[in-house]
Design a protein around this ligand. Structure first.
Ligand code: PMP
Ligand code: GLU
Length: 390
């Protein structure tokens, strides 16, 4: 069968593939420590589960509007106004099957053949693939530890051409955990406005930040940038709702209407009763989010210390999300080989940096229990020492 040419350039998601392999090895009885997928290990908070169960029992089992339950769209718009100072109304918001789906639909609605999309590397691995699936051209802008893995306004300006449509900003960032400061966001916003391009701000990790760091939504910096901003968010990370598949996109009405049309012909509405869980998440107490954040903070501390105590590998301290981006270049191994050998010899699953555009690093997720962290770090230490003595 001859598949579409656009598909030939797109590999499957490596984060999902490695996570699936680690789960399969566990099912075979192997004692695997998985630091692969960014998936919180907590149960979804009880009040959210209860709201979805009640909705199920109340018959919320029918088709609903393609853009989402009006009450949920309203709750998301309220959250964006109150928490993020973004002047959205219900008509500016669409409920999607996860943050991944909102970004994908947005690309489909916006990108024309050959349009360029600026993506700072290291990047979340699905961004370039989504751009390619929409027939656009990813323009990768490399960053490294010397600039704390942040794109500078000068780099952004220099990457813009007449074909540039969109810039993807992800703060807190997957895979590096960096968070742009308000001053840095402001400087990037100035370039977006000056060059009259669009920015999509992927804020899925906004609530997972540490040490008095502040999250600022780029669209909150004035009317000119607000008009050029699209927000993508979701429930998976902050509320531990990965399998629920619930996210949202917010932006100008014409974009939201276009994405609604796409959904009306593709997925229709997101699971109706699940949306009632999301309403409870937004309207209920956020103590559960804070408790999980504190647990992540503790794991981050332990894992950061353990990794930097291992001779030959190192990582910067992340300000947000739940990943450590570890430089392995001194070991002499490329990231794929490092990860493959580590998994086979020590049963420790991590993700090669090459998936995120940087071959000299690996990514470890600490959205896992402390016991696995301690055990996994012992094994990682043993592995790196064995490489050093070769
Ligand atoms: N953006 C980033 C940066 C992510 O890491 C993820 C994780 N899957 C998503 C978006 C999408 O999350 P989901 O589709 O589970 O809501
Ligand atoms: N976003 C998470 C990660 O990067 C989940 C896997 C995925 O959706 O790619 O690990």
């Amino acid at each position: 069968m001859k598949l579409a040419a656009r598909f030939g350039q797109v590999p499957a998601s490596l984060t999902l593939a490695i996570a699936a392999k680690a789960k399969a090895m566990k099912a075979e009885g192997l004692d695997v420590c998985s630091f692969s997928a960014g998936e919180p290990d907590f149960d979804t908070p009880a009040h959210i589960r209860a709201a979805a169960k009640a909705a199920l029992d109340a018959g919320k089992t029918r088709y609903g509007p393609a853009a989402g339950e009006p009450k949920l769209r309203e709750a998301i718009a309220n959250k964006l106004r109150q928490e993020n100072s973004l002047a959205y109304e219900r008509c500016n918001v669409i409920v999607t099957n996860g943050g991944k789906h909102s970004l994908f639909n947005m690309m489909l609605a916006l990108i024309e053949t050959g349009d360029e999309v600026i993506i700072p590397a290291p990047y979340w691995l699905s961004y370039p693939e989504m751009v390619k699936l929409a027939d656009g051209k990813p323009v990768i802008v490399p960053t490294d530890a010397s600039s704390c893995y942040k794109i500078t306004p000068e780099q952004l300006r220099a990457s813009i051409t007449p074909k540039t449509k969109l810039f993807i900003l992800n703060s807190p960032c997957n895979p590096t955990g960096i968070v742009y400061t308000p001053a840095e966001i402001k400087a990037l916003a100035e370039v977006v406005v000056e060059q009259d391009i669009l920015v999509v701000s992927d804020e899925i990790y906004e609530k997972i930040i540490y040490d008095r760091v502040q999250h600022l939504s780029i669209g909150a910096l004035g009317t000119e940038i607000f008009e050029r901003t699209i927000i993508s968010g979701g429930f998976a990370k902050a509320f531990s709702m990965t399998g629920w598949r619930l996210g949202y996109l917010a932006g100008p009405v014409e974009l939201i209407d276009a994405v609604t049309t796409i959904q009306s012909h593709s997925t229709s509405n997101v699971c109706t009763f699940a949306q009632y869980g999301a309403i409870a998440a937004l309207e209920g107490s956020l103590d559960c989010v804070e408790n999980m954040r504190q647990a992540f903070a503790q794991r981050r501390k332990i894992m950061f210390e353990r990794i930097n105590a291992i001779d030959g590998i190192s990582c910067p301290k992340p300000d947000g999300a739940f990943y450590l981006f570890v430089n392995i270049s001194k070991t002499g191994l490329k990231s794929l080989e490092f990860c493959k050998t580590l998994l086979e010899s020590q049963q420790v699953a991590v993700v090669p940096g090459i998936a995120f555009g940087t071959d000299e690093c690996i990514r470890l997720s600490y959205a896992t229990d402390m016991n696995s962290i301690e055990k996994g770090m012992d094994r990682l230490e043993k592995f790196v020492h064995s490489l050093n003595s070769m």
